[in-house]
Design a protein around this ligand. Structure first.
Ligand code: GLU
Length: 409
């Protein structure tokens, strides 16, 4: 099964509960537009670097297309399609006036110099500038891209369309970005974790947590959860994992990562493998890295009681079924990691108004959005006797479908 098929499987699970007709189903799952472009740049060596870029615009019935740009060796059309579709459902779950899109470039940013990365970014925008824009499609960071890449995008787009800071979100705070955007996804993960635990009559304080992935999302989630009193017993990155049953000192870990760029080698814990992290006995397991980490076998080995999906698409349907059968609660990506796009929305609003909000306001509004969305989805799930994932898709499909009806064909 490929990623887009998996997303559509989850869509269909919810569609069944909603009695969608086959034509409406096809209309909702089919991407609106798919663009594939050549991104050829001059490398520092003087040779030509050949890369392929993608932008899939899935649905814009509720507002402009919205979603990240990923620079990663696994980026391809199918992945972009799956992630674009997830963005449509994600923006609808948290009720933002957006549709869904996703894209990226098939490249390894770790092997590119800063200059090469800038040229890749500018070339991509040169190729797609006519299909993006503040009221058409608004890119944002994702794996392998950061605030600097977003700044280049704003500058490159401006060469064609003039000053339009709202054409991209996730920009540096001092360059038309928003306070709190950097930490938004991880902060949101902490809020959602608190909410799901509260439904189990449990507190974050004292809860044991393992986090797979220590990038932007995983590291901010660790900091926020540790700040709320959780015990972060294990974290990992692409090179390996560390574990400390007493709880990892996140401040010390951050100092180690700042120097070595890896969690591996951290003295405040023991080295373990990524697989050991995923299967250890903890209260909450947070996948915050690549998609597709849980297959059936892995799902059978997981010992956590709650999974909060910080990554996009970490769970294959075969694993989801095992989690459900085993009574493991899964908070789906479209709800759990929506904090990022929520604050992207605040950044866009601030850019359109040329006005800045303080951090406290951003965090307060983000928290309110996520708490409301979680409450709504949880209540729907209980009422219909379905999982949080199916409830989230049901809510999202109903909203997107309604927008299509109201807007007319
Ligand atoms: N890439 C992030 C996501 O998957 C953020 C998207 C955005 O802010 O538009 O949700």
């Amino acid at each position: 099964m490929q990623a887009f098929e998996a997303t559509n499987f989850y869509f269909d699970q919810a569609a069944k509960e909603l009695d969608l007709t086959e034509n409406v189903r096809t209309m909702l799952i089919t991407p609106d537009r798919e663009v594939r472009v050549e991104v050829a740049i001059e490398l520092d060596s003087g040779k030509i670097g050949n890369f392929i870029g993608y932008r899939v615009q899935h649905d814009n019935a509720r507002g402009p297309f919205k979603g990240g740009l990923r620079f990663h060796p696994l980026v391809d059309q199918d992945e972009a399609r799956s992630l674009a579709s997830l963005m449509t459902w994600k923006t609808a779950v948290v009720d933002l006036p957006y549709g869904g899109a996703k894209g990226g470039v098939n490249c390894d940013p770790n092997k590119l110099s800063r200059g090469e990365l800038e040229r890749v970014t500018r070339k991509l925008i040169e190729k797609i500038h006519d299909i993006i824009g503040p009221h058409k499609d608004i890119p944002a960071p994702d794996m392998g891209t950061d605030a600097q890449v977003m700044a280049w995008i704003m500058n490159e787009y401006g060469k064609y369309e003039g000053f339009q800071p709202a054409c991209v979100t996730g920009k540096p705070v001092e360059f038309h970005g928003s306070a709190g955007r950097d930490a938004a996804t991880g902060f949101g993960i902490a809020i959602i974790t608190r909410e799901v635990l509260s439904r189990l009559k449990r507190l974050v304080a004292g809860t044991t947590v393992a986090i797979q992935g220590y990038g932007n999302v995983g590291s901010h989630a660790a900091r926020c959860l540790a700040g709320m009193g959780a015990r972060i017993v294990s974290v990992s990155d692409a090179y390996g994992a560390v574990m400390n049953p007493e709880g990892i000192n996140i401040g010390e870990l951050d100092r180690h990562v700042a120097v070595s760029r890896k969690v591996v080698g951290f003295k405040g814990g023991d080295a373990i493998t990524n697989e050991q992290l995923l299967t250890m006995s903890v209260d909450v397991l947070i996948p915050a890295a690549l998609g597709g980490v849980f297959d059936r076998e892995m799902a059978l080995a997981v010992q956590a009681g709650v999974i909060v999906e910080a990554a996009n698409g970490p769970t294959w349907p075969e694993a989801d079924e095992v989690f459900n059968q085993r009574g493991i609660i899964v908070v789906p990506d479209v709800l759990a990691n929506a904090g990022g796009v929520v604050v992207s929305y605040f950044e866009w609003v601030q850019n359109l108004q040329h006005f800045r909000w303080p951090l406290e306001q951003i965090q307060r509004e983000e928290e309110r959005k996520l708490v409301d969305a979680f409450g709504e989805i949880h209540e729907l799930g209980q009422r219909k006797g379905v999982t949080l994932r199916t409830a989230a898709f049901m809510k999202a499909i109903a909203r997107v479908g309604r927008a299509h009806v109201l807007g007319g064909m």
